[in-house]
Design a protein around this ligand. Structure first.
Ligand SMILES: [Mg+2]
Length: 239
C-alpha cells in the first residue's frame, strides 16, 4: 500500500472530508445524553437541550445556544460546558450500543488503500470526543491525515475552512473545489461543504433528516445510505 505524504506532488488526489455522527456512526443518543448532563452540571438545568437544534450543529455552537437559553453569560461558561462534555462522553459511549453505519468501514478501507485519496474529518465534535467515538469503533485508524473539529468561537463553515487548509497543507498545494468531497447527514454539512467550494455528498443515515429534506439543500450527490465502495467511487468520479 502506498501512502500520500505531506507535499506529495500528485495533483489528482481527492480529499474526502467525513462528518462523524449520523455519517460514520450512530451512538444511540450518547452525545445528546452527555450534553444534557453537562448542561445540568454547569448550568443547573434539567431541560438543557429543549428547543436547541443539535443535528449537524457544532459542540461549541450547542454550548453557546445552551448559555443563551439559560440567560447565562457565555464568557467562560462555554469552555466549562465543553470541558464537562469531554468528561461525560466516554461514560455515555460505553453505556450505549452504538454502531458503524452501513458500508462505512468498507468504503474507508477501500479509499485508504488508494494512493489518490486521503480521508480526513470535518466534524462538529470536539477533537477529543470525535477521536473517542471513532476509536470505540476502530475507525480512528483511517484518519491518520487528521481533520478539523469544533473549536470555541468557530462555526461549521469555519471548521470547513480549517479542513480545507489542512488538506492543502497535506497536498502541499492549493486544491480545486472538485478535489474535495464533504460527506455528511445534515443540510449543515452540505452548506459548509459549499462554503469551501467542495463537492457535497448527503447521506440520510442520521437521526433527523430524510433523503428528501437533504435533497432540498441541493447536495452534489444524495443517498439514502452510503453506497458500497464500487458505487460510491463511481459516483464520486462521474464528474
Ligand atoms: Mg452528522
Amino acid at each position: 500500500m502506498r501512502f500520500v505524504s505531506v507535499g506529495d506532488s500528485r495533483d489528482d488526489v481527492t480529499y474526502v472530508l467525513w462528518d462523524i455522527d449520523g455519517t460514520l456512526i450512530r451512538t444511540s443518543g450518547a452525545g445528546l445524553r452527555a450534553w444534557e448532563q453537562a448542561i445540568a452540571e454547569v448550568l443547573g438545568r434539567s431541560d438543557g437541550l429543549a428547543g436547541i437544534d443539535t443535528s449537524g450543529v457544532t459542540d461549541a455552537e450547542i454550548a453557546v445556544a445552551a448559555c443563551r437559553a439559560a440567560g447565562v453569560d457565555e464568557d467562560g461558561t462555554v469552555s466549562r460546558l465543553l470541558a464537562a462534555l469531554e468528561g461525560l462522553v466516554p461514560g455515555e459511549l460505553s453505556a450505549r450500543d452504538g454502531r458503524v453505519l452501513p458500508n462505512v468501514r468498507e468504503n474507508l478501507e477501500a479509499l485508504s488503500a488508494r494512493d489518490d485519496v486521503v480521508n480526513m474529518l470535518l466534524t462538529g465534535n470536539l477533537a477529543s470526543t470525535g477521536r473517542l467515538k471513532l476509536e470505540l469503533f476502530d475507525l480512528w485508524r483511517f484518519f491518520g491525515a487528521g481533520g478539523a473539529f469544533s473549536v470555541e468561537g468557530i462555526d461549521r463553515a469555519g471548521i470547513a475552512r480549517r479542513a480545507r487548509d489542512l488538506a492543502e497543507q497535506h497536498a502541499g498545494r492549493q486544491l480545486a473545489g472538485e478535489q474535495m468531497v464533504v460527506i455528511g447527514d445534515t443540510p449543515h454539512d452540505i452548506a459548509c461543504g459549499k462554503a469551501i467550494g467542495a463537492r457535497t455528498v448527503a447521506v440520510a443515515t442520521g437521526r433527523v433528516y430524510t433523503l428528501a429534506e437533504l435533497q432540498r439543500a441541493r447536495p452534489w450527490r444524495a443517498f439514502a445510505t452510503l453506497p458500497d465502495p464500487g458505487r460510491l467511487w463511481e459516483a464520486l468520479m462521474a464528474g
